[in-house]
Design a protein around this ligand. Structure first.
Ligand code: IMP
Length: 173
């Protein structure tokens, strides 16, 4: 097992997720909101966010892929589509684990907006702003981080470390 340096503890993540859920509730109150969780990385975040959201939250899943190892290929492919009927005319929140170059979020935003939601925003847990290639700024982000490759709380390195309850950086020995 590699050593992992903790960046955000379980408690710090939980506190920030609660704040984000409250912000979202202030935005939508009791209107129906569809949270679109991007698999697999955002699954822990989306579930916790939904558990803390006091309004009428629905959950849909979407899967795209762009990453191999530690680098984004920039070529996004759709692995699991959304049902357009669940999006059309609804308030939608795209829930992402991390925005890096921005290619993935740009692709998802276009894909979802073509289904004509009533409104569309993005909520990412992590934002690596300094790495952005595409001009895209998620509506809400949990933490803005430096250019580090992070794992845990759903985020993986070649499918490893998703199950860590905290977010950390792999320290190569
Ligand atoms: P982007 O298209 O470059 O913005 O990359 C977004 C996707 O790449 C995310 O949804 C993650 O799946 C993955 N990714 C980017 N940075 C990291 C990281 O530091 N750790 C794990 N996955 C990452």
């Amino acid at each position: 097992m590699d050593k992992i340096k903790v960046l955000y503890t379980e408690e710090e993540i939980a506190a920030r997720v609660k704040e984000l859920a409250e912000i979202l509730y202030e935005t939508y109150k009791d209107e129906e909101v569809v949270f679109v969780c991007t698999l697999k990385g955002a699954v822990f975040f989306a579930c916790d966010l939904l558990k803390r959201f006091k309004g009428d939250g629905r959950l849909e899943f979407l899967r795209v892929s762009s990453y191999e190892g530690e680098s984004s290929t920039g070529k996004i492919s759709l692995k699991m589509p959304l049902d357009a009927e669940k999006i059309n005319g609804k308030h939608v929140v795209i829930v992402e684990d991390i925005v890096d170059t921005g290619y993935t979020l740009e692709y998802i935003r276009k894909y979802v907006s073509d289904m004509h939601p009533k409104s569309l925003i993005e909520c990412t847990l992590l934002d690596k702003k300094a790495r952005r290639v595409v001009e895209i700024d998620p509506t809400y982000s949990g933490f803005v981080i430096e250019d580090l490759f992070v794992v845990g709380y759903g985020l993986d390195y070649d499918q490893k470390y998703r199950n860590l309850p905290y977010i950390g950086v792999v320290v190569k020995e």
